[in-house]
Design a binder for this molecule. Structure first.
Ligand code: ZN
Length: 178
């Protein structure tokens, strides 16, 4: 029996399925072990309550500077780390490299898993990495309003901590920073 995700991401939010994505029949509640799932009574497809995986990446350069992003749709005055939804077919490390390249233009030379965070408002599992780059030119991304390199002791004052995992991730990364 195949279990698929119970919802789809629309506008950054998980929308739970009410109808079978395969045959359109209305779904019913079912227990899968101890978990609350949904089942299609017609084609028997089961929908599990799976979080959406997202990579959360603290980018550091060879001068020990931290790269933060200004994304006005997230915060008007605070700065965030690189993050993005994983794409089907890629590994977590490939997602880290791709998101850093897309949002900043920097090339990751090495990356390391640090910690994970559950972001309840959007049912996201945030997979936190630290990524090392050699300082290069920024490239523009429609998702990013500004980029800036910060000294480590400047980060606390500017990093987003409300409704965002950036600050929590920076705290976890501190032991990896010189
Ligand atoms: Zn069905």
């Amino acid at each position: 029996m195949k279990i698929i995700a119970i919802g789809a991401v629309t506008g950054g939010k998980v929308m739970l399925f009410k109808y079978c994505a395969e045959c359109g029949h209305e779904l019913e509640d079912i227990k899968c072990g101890d978990d609350d799932c949904k089942i299609c009574p017609s084609c028997k497809r089961i929908y599990g309550r799976n979080p959406i995986p997202v990579v959360e990446v603290l980018v550091v350069n060879e001068f020990n500077e931290i790269l933060l992003l200004k994304q006005n749709y997230i915060s008007e005055d605070k700065w965030t780390v690189v993050s993005g939804y994983m794409v089907e077919g890629e590994t977590i490390e490939e997602a880290v490299v791709r998101e850093v390249k897309e949002e900043t233009g920097q090339i990751v030379t090495k990356c390391q898993y640090v910690s994970s965070y559950y972001f309840e408002p959007k049912q996201l599992i945030m997979i936190g990495f630290i990524a090392y780059v050699n300082k290069a030119e920024f490239t523009d991304s429609i998702e990013v309003d500004d980029h800036k390199w910060y000294k480590i002791d400047e980060v606390d004052d500017v990093i987003a901590r409300v409704n965002n995992c950036s600050g929590m991730h920076f705290d976890k990364c501190r032991e990896y920073l010189k």
